[in-house]
Design a protein around this ligand. Structure first.
Ligand code: NAP
Length: 437
């Protein structure tokens, strides 16, 4: 089994962005893609809403994104479909279709989805023989033919525009009279002479004689047949991320993975970005933004996990992953007070970087130095264990980065094994004795 810090699944804009940041941060990371790098944008002819590129083909943009990530040393494996992702303690195991298993502290899922099917007779039978879900891939096979595009969203219009290069006549079949596509796309496509909107119309069957020759419609209550040689279906998208998980992962009713603001899913250490995530818009801009957030948070999570593994070697690994997933990362300047003697105890702290000073007031009221704490040390456990106010003050001696756990997470962590609880109680007892002595 090969070990990584981070595994990125999917090589579209989200995956390549996460990969770029991971490579630049020198993380031990790998990106797995089941086909070629580029993802969904490979199926898009022209992209005109990605800032910095007034007009660029999907193929060119994906190539630029891939080259950029590879330039910074990202390790990439293409044609490596993932079969399953499962948790093993505080690690994630990614199993490939070929049986290979990879292990990592964190996984970012950017696998997008697949086109929604009409589900009418003839659709499956004629797939590849006139029925297509990708104009860029198949449009050129239909030079001079009459074609139908099904759908009323951005994809139908964008792909429809591309198909007007080849089509003699293009029918735009949509179930409502209103189209949800962007105004600019609507103006362009509907303004073309060879384009005929057919609304409100529902496809009931696709037929032919070995290749597609017609589609049957329910056109505003009337049965109608249109003769076409190609049917391009763009009626939405089915996210596929959740099907990779053996364990439950939270998703919405349409199957999109639910994340928080840091792109964390309900499984600690698993992040989602791009079109497989529940969100307002499926755009390249949002995919790259989400992926940036995901990878920056994953980097922190991995550091926290490694620190916790070191601090609590006997704790349950599942609980360690859960605790790292819930920890807050806090930064302090020299002199800042992190906790104050006499205050109620609500959190537990672990030092990631920098030094802290613990002091306590003596009987004369003067503050006395108790301890200097550094990376790997923890503090704040006494008040939580005794359910009592703080018995010392802890200040940042240098710039300080700490990981903070709330009471509930701390209790779950230390009670996850007898040895961990005994060790934390022993440290607390020694410190109390020192304080009293
Ligand atoms: P979409 O926006 O969900 O549109 C799907 C279209 O198919 C809708 O018009 C819908 O009709 C219709 N539809 C859904 N189910 C149907 C069914 N069973 N039978 C017939 N028609 C059906 O999907 P999309 O166009 O694939 O776009 C997906 C996302 O990618 C969107 O967020 C879109 O903005 C984005 N995108 C952006 C660009 C761009 O240039 N910026 C290009 C492509 C895609 P109703 O309208 O009646 O629901």
């Amino acid at each position: 089994m090969t070990d990584f810090d981070l595994i990125i699944i999917g090589g579209g804009p989200a995956g390549l962005t996460a990969g770029l940041y991971a490579a630049r941060a020198s993380m031990k990371a790998i990106l797995l893609e089941q086909k070629d790098l580029g993802g969904e944008i490979l199926n898009t002819e022209l992209i005109e809403d990605y800032p910095g590129f007034a007009s660029i083909t999907g193929a060119d943009l994906s190539q630029k994104m891939a080259e950029h990530a590879l330039k910074f040393g990202l390790k990439v494996e293409t044609y490596k479909p993932v079969k399953e992702i499962r948790s093993d303690g505080d690690r994630k195991i990614v199993q490939l279709e070929d049986g290979t298993e990879l292990r990592a502290y964190a996984v970012i899922v950017t696998v997008g989805g697949e086109p929604t099917k009409l589900g009418v007779p003839g659709e499956q039978e004629y797939h590849g023989r006139g029925v297509s879900y990708c104009a860029v891939c198949d449009g050129a096979f239909f030079k001079g033919a009459d074609l139908a595009v099904i759908g009323g969203g951005d994809s139908a219009f964008q792909e429809g525009l591309f198909l007007t290069r080849f089509a003699k006549k293009l029918y735009l079949v949509h179930r409502r009279d209103d189209f949800r596509a962007q105004a600019i796309l609507k103006d362009r496509l509907l303004g073309m002479e060879k384009v005929t909107p057919v609304t409100p119309a529902v496809v009931t069957e696709i037929g032919g004689n070995g290749d597609v020759k017609w589609i049957d419609l329910d056109h505003d209550g009337r049965r109608e047949r249109i003769n076409v040689e190609g049917v391009f279906v763009f009626i939405g998208f089915r996210p596929v991320g959740r099907h990779l998980f053996k364990d439950h992962i939270d998703h919405d009713k349409n199957g999109y993975l639910i994340t928080d603001q840091y792109m964390r899913t309900s499984i600690p250490g698993v992040y989602a970005a791009g079109d497989t995530r529940a969100q307002l818009a499926k755009q390249i801009t949002t995919a790259v933004g989400d992926a940036t957030t995901a990878v920056l948070h994953a980097e922190r999570y991995i550091e926290e996990l490694k620190d916790m593994e070191r601090d609590f070697p006997t704790a349950s690994r599942e609980v360690v992953a859960e605790s790292a997933g819930r920890a807050d990362l806090l930064a302090f300047q020299p002199g800042d007070v992190i906790l104050r003697e006499g205050d109620p105890a609500d959190r537990f702290y672990m030092i990631i970087n920098g030094q802290a000073l613990a002091t306590a007031r003596g009987p004369d009221g003067a503050e006395a130095h108790l301890n200097t704490l550094g990376p790997g040390d923890y503090f704040g456990e006494i008040g939580l264990l005794n359910n009592a106010p703080r018995i010392a003050t802890v200040r940042a001696k240098t710039s300080l980065e700490v990981m903070a756990l709330d009471r509930e997470t701390f209790e779950r962590l230390i009670t996850s094994s007898q040895a961990t609880e005994a060790e934390v109680r022993r440290v607390a007892k020694d410190r109390e004795a020192e304080r009293l002595g």
